[in-house]
Design a protein around this ligand. Sequence first.
Ligand SMILES: Cc1ncc(COP(=O)(O)O)c(C=O)c1O
Length: 485
Amino acid sequence: MAVESAVRSVGGRRLAELVTGVAGQRPGYRALAQGVRTLLLDGRIALRTRLPAEREFAGSLGVSRATVTAAYDLLRESGYAHSRRGAGTWTELPAGERPVSVATPAAGDGVIDLAIAAPGALADELSAAYAAAAPDVARHAVTPGYHPYGLPELRAAIAERYTRRGLPTIPDQILVTSGAQQAVSLTLTLLGRPGDRIVVENPSYANALAVIRQLGLRAAPVPVTEDGWDAELFGATLRQAAPRLAYLIPDFQNPTGRVMPREQRRRLIAGARATGTWLVVDETVADIALDVPTPPPFASLAPHGGGEQIVTVGSLSKGHWSGLRVGWVRAGTRLITELTTLRVTADMSGSVLDQLVAGRLLAREADILGRRLPVLRAQRDLLTASLGREFPDWRWQLPPGGLSLWIDLGRPIASALARAALRHGVRIEGGSRFGADPGTFEHRLRWPYTQPAEVAEEAVRRVGAALDSDLTTTTEDPGRPHWVA
Ligand SMILES: Cc1ncc(COP(=O)(O)O)c(C=O)c1O
C-alpha cells in the first residue's frame, strides 16, 4: 500500500515544547518516542506531520542526536512514523489504529457483531412506514428531488419535536443529514481549523474522535468516569485552554451510558459562554431512556435556546433504524445555511424516500419506543446476568440508558481479548477505540445489549472461550475492517 507523505510539519522548538510536557525534560529515547506517540494520538500533533530533522530536534531538546535517532527508529518500528529519503520522517498510525470507515462484515459469515451498538429496526413498523411513504413519492417525482437542507416536511417535523420537548425551534434551524455522523463531521469541519482545541469527553464516541483527529483538531480530554463528568476539570479546561469547541454526549453517553446532571449542564453552558466556546451536543442516544426519562434538550437550558453557541445533533439511528441514514443538526439559521453549503460538496442532498419514511416513523415515535425500550431493558438484564455468571470478576455500572455496558475487565487485556474473540466468531471493541488517546482504556470493553437473547448468550459463550485461549496470539484477521458505531 502506498504510504502518503507529510502534509504539514512541526518545528524542533515547538515539538520540544510539546513533548517535554508529556515526556519530561531531557527525555530518554523511549520516553521521547512515547511522548511523540502520545502527542499524535492525543491530536496535539496531527497525522502526517513531518517531524523535525534529528539534529535540530536534538538541539531544541538538549539531548544527543543518538537519542532522537533511536526514538524515531522506535516510532517507525511501532508504526507511528514513516520515512522516505528526501521527504523526511512524518507521523503515521499503525494500520490497525487508523480510523477506517468501510463496510461491516458480510452478513451470514457467522460472526456476532458487537462492535456496533445499534439495534435492528422493528421490521413491521419499518415496512409499514415505507409502504405508507411510497405514494408520496409521486408528489416529489415531478421535482429533481434535491433538498440540501432536508425535505421541508421532515425539517418541520423535527423542529416541532424540539419545540414539544421544550426547545422552541423553527424549520430553518434544522439541516437533515446522512445520520448524526455527517452532522458531527460537517459541524466540526465548519467550526474547527487544524490546531484548534476541542474539549472531548474521555472516553467518547469513536467516530467523532476519528473526525477530530482527521481535522487536526487538538483534543483536550476530560474524563467521564463511574461518577460522571469531572466538573472541576471541565471548568478548568475551559478557562485555561479557552477551546474553540467542545464535543459532548450528555444523554446516555457513548460508551459509558452516563447522563449529565442538569446543574452541571448549566455550569458548562455558562463556562462555555465565558470563553466563547462552541458546544457541539450529540443527542443521538437520547431516545434510549431505559431507567430515567430522556432529559430535555441540552440547548433548552441556555439563553435563547443556545443561540449561536450550541449546535445540537440528533438521529433516528438508535430509536428507529441506522439503515435509514437520517440525522440532523439544530443550530442558528445562519450556521444551518453555512453547513448546508458544505454538505452540498459532500453529497448534495439526502434520499427523498428515506426522509419520507423518517417522517412516518417520527409520527409513530411514542408507539415505536414504547415497544422497543422494554425489549432493550430485558436484553440488558439478560446480558448482565449472563456476563455475571461467566465472568464473575468483571465489573460495570448499570447504565440508565443507551445501548451498551462499559465493562471493567480488571486487567489491561481488552485489545488482546478482542482479537481472540474475533478468532472465536465475535467482533467486539476494546476500550482504546473510545479513548482520546487510543492507547488508553485497555482494561475496558464496550459490550452492547442490542442482540436478542440467544445471540447474546452465544456471544458470552464465545468470548468465554476466547478468554480461556492464548491471549498472546497476535494473528489479525486481515480481511476484517476496524469499524464501530
Ligand atoms: C454518540 C453518537 N453519535 C453519532 C453516532 C452516529 O449515528 P448515525 O448512525 O446517526 O450516523 C452514533 C452511533 O453510534 C453515536 O453513538
